[in-house]
Design a protein around this ligand. Structure first.
Ligand code: AMP
Length: 196
């Protein structure tokens, strides 16, 4: 991949109920391409995954897909990517997607999307990497989740400084700006000092 900056997008392998989700995926893909930012994603041609990749490619962007062998048929590998990496496992997929990317965006999605997004967020919290993460909150899709994340922080299971790593915006361009400007804290994870 030639871009020196890549962002990773996690998103549903379904289109969801609201056509606004696919429209937002397309806006995000086109915006990445317009800025010369490479797209790293799960490599499928279906659902919002296909929508973001098609839009980035259509706008002249570079797209790397990382797809586990076992899902290559199920998620129907995208045939037109700049690069398609077929890997052995989900763990290898996530490790490669994270290593290739300077930050992460979650479009609306299901369990897989949340799992991937929370993993990279915990890696920033633990200092395994120091990369920004953001929710593209299309039509309030993530409002309920954000309220719960605030609740976790209020209940002192998450430090405010770590809660703040998870950005959110309804607008793709604004969210990308926030991720590019983010300063990931190096505070220790623990809310309370551990005492013997
Ligand atoms: P979903 O949001 O459930 O539609 O899934 C979005 C993407 O996440 C799909 O490419 C799934 O294959 C992927 N996915 C689901 N579970 C996992 C997992 N445990 N680790 C990595 N990717 C996953």
């Amino acid at each position: 991949m030639r871009s020196d900056l890549n962002l990773c997008v996690f998103c549903g392998s379904s289109l969801g109920a609201d056509p606004a989700y696919a429209a937002a995926a397309a806006d995000l893909g086109a915006e990445l391409a317009r800025r010369g930012i490479g797209l790293v994603y799960g490599g499928a041609s279906v659902g919002l995954m296909g929508a973001v990749a098609d839009a980035a490619l259509g706008a002249g962007g570079e797209v790397v897909g990382v797809l586990p062998e076992a899902l290559a048929d199920l998620e129907i590998a995208h045939g037109g990517l700049t690069e398609l990496r077929i890997v052995a496992s989900m763990h290898e997929r996530k490790a490669q997607m994270a290593a290739l990317s300077a930050g992460f965006v979650a479009l609306p999605g299901g369990v897989g999307t949340l799992e991937e997004t929370f993993e990279v967020w915990t890696w920033s919290q633990l200092g395994i990497h120091a990369k920004p993460v953001g929710l593209l909150n299309v039509n309030g899709f993530y409002d309920g989740l954000e309220a719960f994340l605030d609740h976790m922080a209020e209940q002192r299971f998450v430090k405010p400084v770590h809660r703040a790593i998870m950005a959110s915006d309804a607008d793709p361009a604004a969210l990308i700006d926030r991720l590019l400007a983010a300063d990931i804290p190096t505070d220790r994870k623990w809310v309370d000092e551990l005492k013997p």
